[in-house]
Design a protein around this ligand. Structure first.
Ligand code: PLP
Length: 387
């Protein structure tokens, strides 16, 4: 059923929604979520199950109680822009004028697309990759073209990227650590992408929302290359505040004015009390994150070892984020397999939701308790044995 049919608008020309919105699909992640019964084990959504830092909640409550409930500066409150610049100076030379606070990583990415993509432009997007990159390019009149990530360690395959570059190539999106693969970009891959971007003159858009969750090696950021890249990041995953809708964009001062202009037309200004909450927690966040990483890492090891015990399934331990993205041998599409699992009480996301290179994989979020991971992988083992 077309989404607009849900509202009974099919017969009203004046209610006909735009070709633009009709050209993009609904997220395959949300579709599976809607299938979840009350007793299902849900490993489908990438949402931390940890509590946010106490300082964040207290800071937000105090700001709301103190009357900070009005519009604020379009780019975010200066104190938070400064605190973010200071924290992320570990990756590059940054000041508050390189930072715009956004109403979520998702909106930051759309604002970047709206600011840089012209109709007809091609945007290279990772495959398998997060579900919004292609639709964002399309909503701007451009086109998302999938480039392949290598098997196992999920690095951008620069040879295949070279074959995809055309005179219309405007930007390449990189996501590290990656949703859905858990892959972490290597220094060599970063260098190869930058060399290509310089040679063929395109922009790099780097989505780094999982930068706090790297279990082996280290996060490789593009914040040191704002001459060639624009970076999107956020607080949803970092502080387990997915409902607050708080993110930020990091960019060169020369383009910041246009990004802020775009944000003005999107939302006028980001959520005021939530910005104070983030500000109150950010300086002391390292201890909280260390604990979160320890918890996720234990869960990662658990889900990886349980999946690798299942005949026909295989996963290389992901180095970052909180997703397991195993492949399987059985002769069934990932959408059908995910539906079979849903019927048996396990919600996960079919690899095909992340593009053509995601087929024959499933994505499990391990931002869920060990008990859920155990129950979920029991269901998985039983269903795989039945196939
Ligand atoms: C890779 C990636 N980028 C961006 C986002 C957007 O996060 P938010 O809009 O909650 O900041 C997500 C959320 O799942 C994600 O996985």
């Amino acid at each position: 059923m077309k989404d607009s049919a849900l509202y009974g608008n099919e017969n009203h020309a004046f209610m006909k929604t735009s070709d633009r919105i009709n050209s993009v699909p609904m997220s395959g992640i949300r579709k599976m979520f809607d299938l979840a019964g009350p007793d299902s084990v849900n490993l489908g959504l990438g949402e931390p199950d940890l509590d946010p830092p106490r300082e964040a909640v207290e800071g937000m409550n105090a700001a709301a109680s103190a009357g900070r409930n009005k519009y604020g500066p379009t780019a975010g409150i200066p104190e938070l822009r400064e605190a973010v610049a200071e924290r992320y100076s570990r990756y590059g030379k940054l000041s508050a004028s390189n930072i715009m606070i956004t109403p979520s990583g998702s909106s930051g990415l759309l604002e970047i697309a709206e600011t840089f993509i012209n109709p007809g432009d091609e945007v290279l997007i990772p495959g398998p990759g997060f579900v919004i990159y292609g639709p964002h390019a399309q909503l701007c009149g451009g086109k998302g073209i999938e480039y392949r990530l290598t098997d196992g360690d999920f690095q951008p395959d620069t040879d295949s990227i070279q074959d995809l570059i055309t005179p219309a190539t405007r930007a390449l999106i990189v996501n590290t650590p990656s949703n859905p693969t858990g892959g972490v970009l290597s220094e060599e891959s970063k260098k190869a992408l930058l060399d290509l971007a310089e040679d063929k003159d395109f922009l790099i858009i780097s989505d780094e929302v999982y930068d706090s969750f790297v279990y082996e090696g280290k996060h490789v950021s593009f914040m040191d290359r704002l001459d060639r890249a624009v970076v999107s990041n956020g607080f949803s995953k970092m502080m387990a505040v997915t409902g607050w809708r708080m993110g930020f964009v990091c960019a060169g001062e020369d383009v910041m004015g246009d990004l802020i202009k775009m944000q003005y037309h999107v939302c006028a200004s980001p959520n005021m009390p939530a910005q104070y909450g983030i500000l109150n927690a950010l300086p002391g966040i390292d201890g909280y994150l260390e604990n979160a990483r320890r918890i996720y890492r234990t869960r990662r090891d658990l889900i990886v070892s349980r999946i690798n015990e299942i005949p026909g399934m295989n996963i290389v331990p992901p180095k970052g984020a909180f997703y397991a993205f195993p492949s399987y041998d059985q002769n069934i599409s990932s959408a059908d397999l995910a539906s079979e699992l849903a019927k048996s009480g396990l919600i996960c996301t079919p690899g095909s939701a992340f593009g053509k290179y995601g087929e024959k994989h499933l994505r499990f979020s391990y931002a869920a308790s060990e008990e859920k991971i155990e129950k979920g992988t029991d269901i998985l083992r039983n269903v795989m044995a039945r196939l």
